[in-house]
Design a protein around this ligand. Sequence first.
Ligand code: HEM
Ligand code: NAG
Length: 433
Amino acid sequence: MDFLPGFHPVGVAQWALVVTSIGIVLLLSFLVLNSRQAGLSHIPGPFLARYTDGWALYTAWRGIHFHNKVHVQRGLQARYGDVVRTGPRSVTVFDPAAVPVIYGVRSKLDKGNAYVPFRQAGMTTSLLSIPDEKTHSQYRKLVSNAYSMTSLKGYEPYVDDMVNRFVEVCNQHAFARKPMNLSLWCQYYCFDVVSKITMGKPLGSMQGEGHDAYGLVQRVRAFGFYSGLVSQMPWLHKVLQDNALMRKTRPSPFMKVVGGTVQARLRAPDPEDQPRPDLLSHFVATHAGYPSLMDEKQVLIMTSGNLIAGGLSPSASFDELCRYLATHPGSQDKLYAELQQAQCRLPASYDHVKNLPYLEGTIREAYRLHSSTSFNLQRVTGTAGLELPNGVQIPPNTNIGCPAGAINQDVRVFGADAAVQPRAVDAARERNE
Ligand code: HEM
Ligand SMILES: *[C@@H]1O[C@H](CO)[C@@H](O)[C@H](O)[C@H]1NC(C)=O
């Protein structure tokens, strides 16, 4: 019996449909408003990028997955020009002349949220992830003496120890006619070097047959993948990592060993087996002088951050340098001849090799083609906005950055053969002279 004619009970399915539709309409309105408010409608770019960082996230994933990041960047530049909108509030600048304007020490732009994934749970003061330039330079000043030229020269004997071990390993493989995975050993070598100059002792990756000590190489690689993606949509970091749950997880074996060393050195700053200052001695001395700014936790953050930052980029660069030399025997011969003529001994001293043009050119060319970061080093325009050298106006509070990979292949800077990969090292030499 139907006692309410005309009334049909609304099912769960219909309600869900209504709620979802309202949700979608609200989300779309938010995206459109957010896009309008950014004031970037005068900057061309892919349609989706105007409304969502999802475009950049997807593009970053493809770049990592297919190893074609620079190719994708150059495609964007060819299509949209030197200034491209790559997100609702993000702009990518391909003009080499903009590099000093965005990154120069005098421009003092703050870092953007792309650095948020570098924040370990609960720790906000690693140098790399401090966003505002004032705080950053304050912390940088605290540790800058550890990186002065005089200090660097003091670390040289430490590096020599590691060079000797590396050469020993190469020789063992050569005499036994055993293939050696140079990529892998470049990583072992660089992480041992940075550990030796930071804490006075290597992690031990180069011992015996060589192994990934404390799983650091593996972890750093996984983190590179994570940060490459999450930097494009930084709020994801809060959801995935920087939350109460993750803060309670146990420290990794790597953090444990670094923590142990730091604690010991804070208690006994000058151990007997430590004849020369390493980076940690500088940090500990700063702690003694400015205990409130450089507290014990800060010493740990600087030490562990240095180990990761100082192992990752150098090992990738060294690996690529070796690969270019291995694939260009002519360049290898030329480099060898230059080193022989300079009567270079092993291990070479910095003063002995610092003015060798072909060596310098080889290293610079490897840096040029080096595929360091998977995202732009992001900065944020200040309250006044920013005028780019080509006259384009960028409004205030806009994320801005230059893609190093594409700019390093820009014909305006490096000449017509800039995109030849890998190109003869001779060209690098000419540029360098
Ligand atoms: C081939 C060598 C290297 C390359 C290509 C390289 C590259 C980089 C890049 C791209 C950044 C980020 C800069 C930014 O976001 O603005 C950085 C930061 C950093 N690197 Fe390196 N790096 C190298 C060697 C080293 C070494 C040997 C150490 C330590 C001994 C080191 C320690 C650091 C530290 C502590 C930071 C954070 C600095 C800050 O934010 O003020 N790096 N590096
Ligand atoms: C050498 O090591 C690299 C880096 O770990 C790895 O990607 C590569 O597959 C290894 N090559 C061989 C032949 O094992």
